[in-house]
Every structure is written in C-alpha cells, then in structure tokens.
Design a binder for this molecule. Structure first.
Ligand code: HEC
Ligand code: HEC
Length: 149
C-alpha cells in the first residue's frame, strides 16, 4: 500500500517536470498565439497616443482604434469599450456610437442591443503601436476612398 502510493507520487512528480511551462518571457519574440494572448497587456511596444479617427482604406474596413486600450477589459460580464461607445454613453463621452450594423445578429435579424457576434470589439478593431510592420504592404485604397490628386 505504502509503496504504491509512493510510486504514484513519483509518477506525478515526473509528469510535472516533463510538462513544459507555458510562461513566456516578455522580452522574447512571441512564438504562439497562446503567448500573444498572455502578453497582450505587457508593454513590448509603445501604444500610439490618442488622436483623431484614422482614415479608412476600404469602405467596409473596421475603423482602427485611434487611442490606447491599455487595461480595457472585455469579459463576459463587462465591456469597457461600451462605457464610451454605447449609444447611451456617446453623447457624454464624445466617442463615435457603435455602428448600427452591430445590432444585427448573423441571420440579419435586428436586435435591441449589441449582437453577440460584435461583442468582442478587438476581434475586428485594433489599437496602434509603434511596432514595425512584419511584412511590406503595398495596398492602395479603393477608388471611392482614394484622395483626389
Ligand atoms: C474613455 C472612453 C473610451 C473608451 C473606454 C473607448 N473608446 Fe474608442 N474612442 C473614444 C473617443 C473619444 C474616440 C474618438 C472620437 C473622435 O475623435 O471622433 C474613439 C474612437 C474610436 C474608434 C474610431 C472610430 C472611427 O470612426 O474611426 C474606434 C474603432 C474605437 N474608438 C474603438 C474602441 C474599442 C474597441 C474600445 C475598447 C477596447 C474603445 N474604443 C474604448 C473613447 C473611448
Ligand atoms: C466582426 C467585426 C466587428 C466587431 C466584433 C465589432 N466591430 Fe465595430 N465595426 C466593424 C466594421 C466592419 C465597421 C465599419 C462598417 C460598419 O459600420 O459596419 C465597424 C464600425 C464601427 C464604428 C464606427 C461607426 C461609425 O459610425 O463610423 C465604431 C465606433 C465601432 N465599430 C465600435 C465597435 C465596438 C465598441 C465594438 C465592440 C462592442 C465593435 N465595434 C465590434 C466591425 C466590427
């Protein structure tokens, strides 16, 4: 009895040693999505300061976030973005109201509140940092948005 308990403890200890840790050194390049998630609040790059809305490159583009979102939480019960961007808050906060398209569910049915499909804002809207682009981008705005020469 005693021996088998000891053996079980030894096996558990081995498993613990053999399982690689998931902690990621913030100074190392991000290697996995998991690590990126864990590091999203660590300042590897500098957030760009608050500024006026950033021009869009195509009509359907989710506008880029022109301010820092450091520490802004979006969880099941709380959405910091809606503190300012909800229709009820916008007159006070001066933020753009969330788009009317965000009140439709994925079948196109109109809802009385933000659609669950649009709840996690940063799936589509991204803040800006001073990071260098990972790849060169030669994208040109569509005709309807291109500045007239
Ligand atoms: C403390 C208030 C506040 C919070 C919280 C906030 N915002 Fe904003 N947001 C603003 C203001 C103010 C503007 C700029 C409005 C202007 O200058 O026209 C803005 C602009 C934006 C824009 C640009 C809109 C456009 O038309 O180009 C986006 C996108 C945006 N915010 C997304 C977010 C997201 C996503 C979050 C949560 C992660 C968030 N904001 C949290 C106040 C806030
Ligand atoms: C699935 C992608 C997606 C998600 C999630 C999403 N948005 Fe958007 N958002 C868009 C797109 C695309 C546009 C531009 C086209 C449009 O108006 O629908 C937009 C437009 C906006 C605008 C500009 C409205 C205007 O009048 O110009 C604001 C502000 C905004 N979103 C805020 C938010 C906030 C806050 C959340 C979270 C509660 C959110 N969005 C979630 C895709 C998304």
């Amino acid at each position: 009895m005693r021996i088998s308990r000891f053996a079980a403890a030894a096996v558990l200890a081995l498993v613990a040693v053999a399982t690689p840790g998931i902690a990621q050194d913030p100074k190392q390049p991000v290697t996995t999505l998991k690590a990126a998630e864990q590091n999203s609040d660590i300042d590897i790059y500098k957030w760009e300061g608050d500024r006026a809305p950033i021009p869009r490159d195509f009509v359907q583009q989710p506008p880029l976030i022109p301010h820092s979102i450091k520490g802004y939480q979006i969880t099941r019960n709380f959405n910091k973005c809606l503190d300012c961007h909800a229709w009820s808050q916008a007159p006070k906060s001066g933020a753009t109201k969330v788009s009317i398209t965000h009140f439709k569910d994925r079948e196109g049915k109109e809802l009385s509140n933000i659609s669950p499909a649009r709840y996690f804002c940063t799936q589509c809207h991204v803040p800006q940092t001073d990071a260098d682009p990972l790849v060169k981008n030669t994208f040109k705005p569509v005709e309807g948005l291109a500045a007239k020469k």
